[in-house]
Design a protein. Structure first.
Length: 371
């Protein structure tokens, strides 16, 4: 019996059974959020990775025909009816110290950042640990089951996507497996950035007494820096005459120039003349190394608590707030894109959704009723 799977809209999948079977209907009824559409004689289900994976697993013995539009959006596993012997990954690939080093070397040769290398190694470690702990036989379906396992343990879609990318890189670039094998990926979650108001930023900045900590937070907000960028600043990155700050090898290994505000420069120079740092502007306990990213995150967490601002935000929210406040001040989105180091304006456009400059002029219908 054939089963057709297609995308209905951004939120729904449509499943059509071409023959009535009580067992098949019961399987679909077991999926949360399903509903029957009597007009079109199809089942409508939530459009999520978890649902797609469950459908492929519960109907693995059926002929599931996937609509081309859905295939364009998701990287799917090859059909489950392929024989294990025709699958080059039917035997569990090796994973040990030698393979781990090969993966690390390949990532470094291709220019991946140390943070990505660490993340990919951890992801592949956890994947093979999962296989051994579960006592699974190897097939491409194993990756699908692992993705579902992560989602059931409340991992974000971004985390699952990274896991799949790491596993795929290992198979294709290290083990030289052919690239026709593809993988289900979850849709990217559309999350809005957490933004602080100008008043909240001021309260946070006014709540820090330590001069080094103050310089870190002032520069992070006033220049829109990532935490990985602020800890790696050097004296030669500051151009006091042009009022610019050079960010070297930021995300994506790109250099860029951003703003250096008068207020932040004043705080920074007070700190610099007092502490006289050498190699790194913000050294750690070992002066040869820069302050760790986690140390800066803790500085922000402690300052946030002292400020009394009740929002659940991280230090990265200072960067989000920098971009949003510029946008609300009427700065062109293309300039903001350059200052933030975004490759595409689509990334920068997120801040249009949290900017309230125009929203303030909109009056709620409820308030109009009161008038």
């Amino acid at each position: 019996m054939e089963i057709h799977l297609s995308k209905r809209n951004e939120d729904s999948l449509a499943v059509k059974l071409f023959a009535f079977n009580k067992e098949d209907v019961a399987k679909i009824r077991s999926i949360p959020g399903r509903r029957w559409n009597p007009d079109e004689l199809v089942w409508l289900l939530p459009y999520t990775l978890k649902v797609i994976t469950e459908l492929l697993m519960i109907f693995k013995d059926k002929a599931v025909i996937i609509d081309p539009q859905l295939l364009e959006e998701c990287e799917f596993l090859r059909s489950s009816d392929e024989s294990a012997t025709s699958d080059p990954l039917a035997v569990l690939p090796p994973w040990g110290a030698e393979q781990r080093q090969r993966l690390k070397d390949e990532l470094l040769l291709r220019g991946y950042s140390s943070k990505t290398v660490k993340a990919y190694l951890g992801q592949v470690d956890r994947f093979f640990r999962y296989i051994h702990e579960q006592g699974l036989f190897w097939s491409h379906q194993t990756i699908s089951e692992y993705s579902l396992f992560l989602l059931n343990h409340h991992r974000s879609h971004a985390y699952v996507n990274q896991a799949i990318s790491a596993i795929k890189f290992y198979f294709q670039k290290v083990l030289s497996q052919h690239e026709s094998a593809t993988y289900i990926r979850p849709k990217k979650e559309q999350k809005l950035p957490h933004v602080l108001s100008l008043n909240e930023v001021m309260r946070i900045l006014n709540s820090v007494d330590n001069l080094k900590h103050k310089a870190i937070l002032y520069l992070t907000y006033s220049s829109g820096l990532r935490v990985s960028e602020v800890v790696r600043l050097r004296w030669q990155d500051f151009d006091k005459d042009r009022k610019t700050l050079r960010i070297r090898q930021g995300k994506g290994r790109k250099d860029r120039l951003t703003l250096l505000s008068d207020t932040a420069l004043e705080v920074f120079l007070q700190y610099y003349h007092q502490e006289q740092p050498e190699t790194w502007i913000f050294p750690g306990q070992n002066k040869v190394r820069h302050l760790t990213e986690r140390s800066v995150q803790k500085i922000f967490e402690q300052t946030l608590l002292a400020s009394g601002v009740m929002k659940k935000v991280s230090i990265h929210s200072l960067r989000h707030s920098f971009a949003t406040h510029l946008m609300e001040g009427g700065i062109d989105i293309r300039y903001i894109q350059e200052l933030l180091g975004h490759q595409s304006t689509r990334t920068t456009e997120r801040y249009t959704h949290v900017s309230i400059k125009d929203a303030r002029r909109i009056k709620s219908p409820l308030d109009q009723l009161r008038d």
